[in-house]
Design a protein around this ligand. Sequence first.
Ligand code: G
Ligand code: G
Ligand code: MN
Ligand code: NA
Length: 254
Amino acid sequence: VQLESDLRHALENEELVVYVQPQWDAQKRMIGAEGLLRWLHPERGMVSPGVFIPLAEESRLILPIGDWVLRQACRWLSKWHKEQQMAGFVLSVNVSAVQFAQEGFVQQVESILNEYQTPPSALQLELTESMLAHDQQDIISKMEALKALGLLISLDDFGTGYSSLSYLHRLPIDQLKIDQSFVANIEKGTKNASLAESIISLGHNLGMEVIAEGVETSAQFDWLKQQGCDLFQGFGLARPMTIEDLILLYRSAD
Ligand code: G
Ligand code: G
Ligand code: MN
Ligand code: NA
């Protein structure tokens, strides 16, 4: 309860920070990053989003917080665009089910893109497979309206929920994100290996890009690359970091 009332003040006190975790192609070129919230609590230190996102969802504080995260991402993207830096770089932002279900979500995204003059194709929204469980027609039209803005859509935690193939086929999804639970022990030819393999071919058959998260070892990277996985994210490549560190890392590869 204390934590929840602290969270109310976290935004105005500027205690929230968007960290970024790089995403890489098969040649280990950095092609984008995922925004991951951090809460630097004045007494408790770093509070994990795994702890405070559920609180924020229950209290609907996720709405102003999610709005702020989107603005932060769009601000960075338009700055890079204006300064002709980080060309082609894509920032992915996690969207909570509570945010996505909001009546005016599409208009909100549109007005933020307009306000910051953000190139929409540099912004990717990460929706989770569990969000797809609700009214299918409503979800399809919302996603189509988002796609019409020119942004990208990634399906996060893929494989943990359940979505039928025929449904998936009707959704305008650009990217499937293989959940990290399937990446663990992948190189040992376990059940995970066949699951990951199926997700990669499913994604490619549906014309989607496939990214693996939770890549911790070079054996996992090599195995996934061998299977044709397009993109990679994980502690073995780079941990979540500040935006300043990410820009330095990006430039050091030039
Ligand atoms: O970074 P970490 O693995 O601790 O994140 C834990 C969880 O918090 C993940 O499920 C991640 O998707 C979620 N999360 C991180 N940042 C955001 C955010 O900006 N918005 C939402 N809705 N979820 C986030
Ligand atoms: O739910 P979502 O996929 O958005 O959450 C991503 C979470 O996974 C973040 O909390 C991030 O810190 C974490 N993460 C990123 N890379 C790795 C990794 O290689 N191993 C583990 N265990 N967690 C990771
Ligand atoms: Mn995510
Ligand atoms: Na995920």
